[in-house]
Design a protein around this ligand. Structure first.
Ligand SMILES: Cc1cc2nc3c(=O)[nH]c(=O)nc-3n(C[C@H](O)[C@H](O)[C@H](O)COP(=O)(O)OP(=O)(O)OC[C@H]3O[C@@H](n4cnc5c(N)ncnc54)[C@H](O)[C@@H]3O)c2cc1C
Length: 404
């Protein structure tokens, strides 16, 4: 049997769910197809800048009720925690940017977004394996279950997107050479940290650590990054492998990390994993026929500006508004306008993420020059956070949700 729908969204991650929320509010019917059998807690913490929390607020998704608002950014030296620079975030940021900077578990964000979508619009256990152009629309073929024919399909299926293959053939993400170790620590076991709720960046030669409070400050999210001489063997087959405390400790002890960071590693509870940090090279196009790509599928950045989820949210808001404006029949104009609007900003954020990943791992004289320039950081990256997409492309006011 072949089912039909207006907009088929491939992937119920951050971007796919945000796109569904924005389209449903404009009475455009959607079906989301997600490969997983349930929403799992993958990915530890994410930071969401004001550029994206503002858009979620417009869509009626209020992160403030569940997230942590880091009071400050503190930059420290890896070896002894010496403070190199600090700057307020919290209320200062909210006033300056007009929306809050918040940190929360990716699973919490995904659940909150999913709660804004009627359950009958989300089809779990639907792994897309093929897309075919047909006179009636685009046909989606899944590993299991019936095919679906849609007027329009949005590929929001992450950095290893299956939808992307239909749009521009095989594109291999680029390894940055960095491995990130991620885990969560209960705040009660992080008491000797300077301020567990704040956003901290510790810089060391060849290695750096980011940690911040999550979900109302109950947890601390740890991301410890190093750049080995050679990428480990598992990175040839996968982006992520489970890790053990001892493996992580042996790596970061060898870089002479401060005891407090090593204690964070010791106190991780639950899953911990190594991530090979990858980004997507520039794609020649973001759409083909009735299929458009967005989020990580179109332009995954390295995580060093904490903006991958933010860009996916911006994309989803923009595509939603453009599809509503022109109607689904004029999808090709909407796709072109979408790519024109989003391409440059996404590529700029990718470039800044790449550059800051390098800078926070400098040693020697380069590190000294970097440390002398921290005070100009708010000016240098302000454009990322102050971006007001809703002033460029806006959704009409909200109406009732609608799904078939
Ligand atoms: C170490 C690390 C730290 C990060 N920190 C931050 C941060 O602080 N702030 C931030 O903004 N971002 C951060 N990110 C990036 C962020 O997680 C991603 O950019 C964001 O989740 C992208 O959203 P998306 O919707 O495009 O893709 P995803 O959220 O990855 O969702 C893709 C969805 O598609 C599904 N899917 C995949 N293939 C198929 C298929 N064939 N069929 C059906 N479904 C499929 C997946 O199961 C998934 O649910 C970080 C990333 C990493 C690796």
């Amino acid at each position: 049997m072949i089912r039909k729908c207006d907009v088929a969204i491939v992937g119920a991650g951050i971007g796919g769910l945000t796109l569904a929320v924005s389209l449903l509010q404009q009475s455009i019917s959607v079906q989301i197809f997600e490969q997983d059998t349930k929403f799992r807690e993958i990915g530890a913490g994410v930071a969401i800048g004001g550029n994206a929390t503002r858009l979620l607020q417009i869509l009626g998704v209020d992160l403030a009720q569940v997230a942590n608002m880091p009071p400050a950014l503190e930059v420290r030296r890896w070896k002894d925690g010496r403070l190199l620079w600090s700057h307020p975030i919290g209320e200062w940021y909210r006033q300056e940017v007009g929306a809050a900077f918040l940190t929360l578990h990716r699973g919490t964000l995904q659940r909150l977004l999913a709660a804004a979508v009627p359950p009958e619009c989300i089809q779990l256990n639907h792994r897309l394996v093929g897309l075919y152009d047909e006179p009636a629309g685009v046909r989606l073929h899944f590993e299991e279950g019936d095919d679906v024919v849609a007027s329009v399909a949005a590929g929001v299926d992450g950095v290893h997107s299956a939808a992307r293959r239909y749009v521009c053939g095989d594109v291999t993400p680029t390894h940055s050479g960095e491995i990130g170790f991620r885990g969560l620590i209960p705040v009660a076991k992080s008491q000797d940290l300077p301020d567990p709720a704040a956003l901290h960046i510790w810089c060391g030669p060849g290695t750096h650590v980011v940690h911040y409070g999550l979900d109302r400050g109950e947890l601390v999210n740890l991301l410890a990054v190093y750049k080995p001489d050679r990428l480990p063997e598992w990175t040839r087959f996968s982006d992520r492998v489970p890790a053990t405390r001892d493996e992580a400790l042996s790596i970061f002890e060898a870089y002479s990390w401060d005891r407090r960071i090593l204690d964070l590693v010791r106190n991780i509870e639950g899953d911990m994993s190594f991530w090979a940090l990858v980004e997507l090279p520039r794609l020649p196009r973001w759409s083909r026929g009735r299929v458009v790509l967005l989020g990580d599928a179109a332009h995954a950045p390295l995580p060093h500006q904490g903006q991958g989820a933010g860009l996916a949210i911006e994309d989803s808001y923009a595509l939603g508004a453009l599809l509503v404006k022109g109607g689904l029949t004029d999808y090709s104009s909407a796709f072109q306008a979408f790519e024109n609007l989003r391409r440059r900003r996404s590529w700029m954020v990718q470039a800044y993420s790449r550059a800051s990943g390098r800078a926070i791992k400098f040693g020697g004289g380069a590190a000294a020059r970097r440390d002398a320039s921290w005070s100009s950081l708010p000016r240098r990256i302000g454009w990322i956070h102050r971006y007001r997409e809703e002033e460029i492309v806006s959704l009409p006011s909200r109406s009732d949700t609608n799904c078939p």
